[in-house]
Design a protein around this ligand. Structure first.
Ligand code: NAD
Length: 314
């Protein structure tokens, strides 16, 4: 029998490169592999042994699981990539402030983007997950000089999923059938948009106190996991896979990714997470939700924090 090149889920020829083979990068590669999201998944890390080990470990299951080829590579692999996901970064040191961490990760992000841009196709999408994700996505966009539509942060896709999961318990409705968005910063100032949360168009009837509890549990979800196991990785991996699916399948899916606001919500020149229509060309358009007064104020506060954070780099 003659051998033929692998076709992964009918997506022959598609390549996703992941820069950063730590917990998030490796679990993202594994998720993409199980879902057969691309023909080839390439892991790059400054620690090339780590990238090689993670790729091999996943690849050993190929006969039993999926057709996607997973391997370690280098920046020249970005030449054929449809999507480059960046999860690389320094972890917060004990006692280190967020601003100090941002400074370190900004330097790392700029050097990675420089290495990627030598090879990247015009049509490829840069997808950023490293934290603080909204600001680092904006730094990647500034450095890459690509259209903002093609430089996306994973934003509050994960936070929105956490909120929908929490709501599914209260409402006894499948989380996939609950519509609810978290917007603003992926972080402490994020905003749950209750005025538009619904099931089949019907508003979600919960007391103000319960809404506050669920919004806080959503916001603090990452802290809870980090305290228990040291890092978060599975749910962000599924979130990144979801965004990749929207791009590769040209789904025009509505996802709360981080994007550059250019007039939407009365804001300009800042990356923040809002519901966006996502397809093959990245962010196709922003969905502008008519927020109630409290949500609008909270969103403006969150955007102001993001403006302050990006100011030294803009
Ligand atoms: P990790 O420490 O396990 O992995 C980071 C990896 O980056 C390491 O393997 C390291 O060698 C690599 N790296 C560092 N500098 C590099 C460089 N210059 N070039 C190539 N590789 C480099 O960390 P993690 O748990 O995988 O988290 C990664 C990032 O993802 C963190 O910033 C974390 O906060 C973020 N994160 C984001 C979300 C989200 O919702 N956006 C969720 C979870 C984690």
């Amino acid at each position: 029998m003659t051998s033929s090149p692998a076709t992964a889920g009918g997506r022959n020829g598609q390549r996703i490169v992941i820069v950063g083979a730590g917990a998030v990068g490796a679990d993202t590669a594994y998720t993409l592999f199980l879902r057969e999201r691309a023909t080839e998944i390439v892991l790059i890390d400054i620690d090339d042994q780590r990238a090689r080990g993670e790729a091999l470990d996943i690849q050993h299951g190929r006969a039993l699981a999926g057709a996607s080829r997973v391997r370690a590579g280098d920046y020249s692999d970005c030449a054929g990539a449809d999507i480059v996901i960046i999860t690389a970064g320094a972890a917060q040191k004990p006692g280190e402030t967020r601003d100090a961490l941002l400074e370190r990760n900004a330097v790392i992000m700029q050097s990675i983007v420089d290495s990627i841009m030598v090879y990247l196709n015009d049509s490829a999408i840069l997808l950023i997950a490293t934290n603080p994700v909204d600001t680092l996505a904006q730094i990647a966009w500034l450095r890459s000089q690509r259209p903002a539509a093609r430089v996306i942060g994973s934003g509050t896709v994960l936070d929105s999923a956490r909120l929908r999961w929490l709501l599914s318990d209260d409402l006894k409705v499948d989380a996939r059938h609950i519509h609810a968005h978290v917007i603003g910063e992926h972080g402490d100032s994020e905003v749950a948009v209750w005025s538009h949360a619904n099931v089949a168009g019907a508003p979600i009837e919960l007391s103000a106190g319960r809404r506050r509890q669920l919004a806080e549990a959503t916001r603090d979800g990452a802290y809870e996991v980090i305290q228990a196991k040291g890092h978060t990785s599975y749910a962000i991996a599924v979130s990144l896979d979801r965004i990749c699916a929207a791009i590769l399948n040209d789904e025009h899916a509505v996802l709360a990714v981080s994007t550059r606001l250019d007039g939407a919500y009365g804001l300009s020149g800042v990356y923040a997470s809002v519901p966006c229509v996502v397809g093959r060309h990245g962010v196709e358009r922003i969905v502008e939700l008519p927020l109630d007064t409290a949500e609008h104020e909270a969103f403006m506060h969150s955007a102001e924090l993001l403006q302050q954070r990006i100011a030294p780099f803009a």
